[in-house]
Design a protein around this ligand. Structure first.
Ligand code: NAP
Length: 257
């Protein structure tokens, strides 16, 4: 029970890594507040947690909307009195080299990924500061560290989130708050399945490309990232501050050829 009685708020937890992390956190004793822009998907995650014997509640939140982020934090604080862990997981993909990306598509990726990290943090941090404790986990990506073809807008956001994580850590360390980032490689979730469909006429070609940049022969699974998130959320990582945690099958630090 590594998160016994902790209140953990996870954005974008109606799908993929967020859903899997919500299930994992709950299995370790957390009450998980499952937030997603899609309330039905969030409710489904909360129901899966309840079926497994855990505790969860679902809340609709668009992380790009200040009122929505504030309402999510306020409701959680009213119901539970505190937020121990904020996992800023919600994010969307963006495909294309810079010159191929339309301004509206660019703005959308920047907004969901960066503003969507800023607004929930802004809504939750004052309560953590008051209690002088808490954990924030920001979802970056290994793309923050390496160049990958035709992912300009997405890479820009994930690099920004890594820089933001370091900056936040310096500002909130005096309040006993830890802020770290997850840097996954490619993880098979609905998000990546969509990317493969949109970017390749044959998704198998895309999968082969993903495998070729890893050292691991296995594809990343949401469970691999959920374990990392659990480590960052728990006291086991208490000496980890402002750091990136790589979960990428050897993409960043390995080389196959
Ligand atoms: P996913 O399966 O698409 O899940 C993301 C969830 O976030 C979806 O439920 C999505 O709802 C929700 N969401 C989208 N916009 C939102 C908004 N404005 N407010 C609140 N929720 C919103 O994606 P995933 O693969 O699990 O990715 C989760 C995070 O990990 C993202 O930040 C992603 O960048 C990051 N990441 C993923 C990978 C990977 O390979 N999968 C690698 C590195 C980092 P809808 O489905 O309704 O849009």
């Amino acid at each position: 029970m590594r998160l016994k009685d902790k209140i953990a708020l996870i954005t974008g937890a109606g799908s993929g890594i967020g859903r899997c992390s919500a299930l994992r956190f709950a299995s370790e004793g957390a009450h998980v507040v499952v937030a997603d822009i899609n309330l039905e998907a969030a409710a489904e995650t909360a129901a899966l947690i309840a079926q497994a014997g855990g505790e969860a509640s679902a809340v609709a939140c668009d992380v790009t909307d200040p009122a929505s982020a504030e309402a999510m934090a306020r409701q959680t604080l009213e119901r539970h009195g505190r937020i121990d862990v904020l996992f800023n997981n919600a994010g969307i993909s963006g495909v294309g080299a810079l010159h191929e990306v339309e301004p509206d598509a660019w703005d959308r990726v920047i907004s969901v990924n960066i503003r969507g990290t800023y607004l929930p943090s802004r809504a939750v941090l004052p309560s953590m500061m008051e209690r002088r404790g808490g954990v924030v986990i920001n979802m970056s990506s290994c793309i923050a560290e390496i160049g990958l073809a035709r992912r300009a807008s997405y890479a820009a956001t994930k690099g920004a989130i890594l820089a933001l994580t370091k900056s936040m850590q310096v500002d909130y360390a005096p309040y006993g708050i830890r802020v770290n980032a997850l840097l996954p490689g490619t993880i098979l979730t609905p998000f990546v399945e969509k990317y493969l469909r949109e970017s390749y006429s044959d998704p198998e070609e895309g999968l082969a490309g993903i495998r070729s940049r890893q050292l691991s022969g296995d594809l990343g699974r949401p469970e691999d990232v959920a374990e990392g998130a659990l480590f960052l959320a728990s006291d086991e990582s208490k000496f980890m501050m402002g750091s990136p945690l790589y979960l990428d099958g050897g993409v960043v630090f390995g080389k196959n050829a």
